[in-house]
Ligand binder design. Structure first.
Ligand SMILES: [Zn+2]
Length: 118
């Protein structure tokens, strides 16, 4: 992969990271406001708990993605970006464009997902 292509993907990753960080703090803020607003209102507690679950889920999901993005940026600065972390094969450019923070090639990713699922 050429340096120019890396720098384009790096821009995408950095933008994604900024967006995720913003989303992360926004969710935390919304959640806190929600809890404050509901405080002492026992009739709404069940609904409130459900909303907290959803917010927490979104937050966790965002943090997961953020971790992947940071990992990809680290690999980029250490020159490992675009190489599968599992089998050392090149990750296809098409895959990196679709999923800029993937650190595994398609077949290793599939194997890992299969391992998690079973
Ligand atoms: Zn691989």
């Amino acid at each position: 992969m050429k340096a120019k292509e890396y720098s384009d993907i790096k821009k995408v990753l950095l933008r994604k990271k900024a967006l995720l960080l913003k989303t992360d703090s926004d969710i935390a803020k919304d959640l806190q406001e929600e809890i404050d607003a509901r405080h002492g209102d026992s009739a709404d507690i069940a609904e409130s708990i459900h909303e907290q679950d959803v917010a927490l889920f979104l937050k966790t999901k965002g943090q997961d993605e953020l971790r992947h993005v940071e990992e990809a940026l680290e690999r980029m600065s250490s020159g490992e970006y675009g190489i599968c972390a599992e089998c050392d094969e090149d990750i296809s450019k098409k895959r990196l464009e679709a999923l800029p923070y993937s650190i595994y090639c398609v077949s290793c990713q599939e194997q890992l997902e299969h391992k998690v699922a079973s």
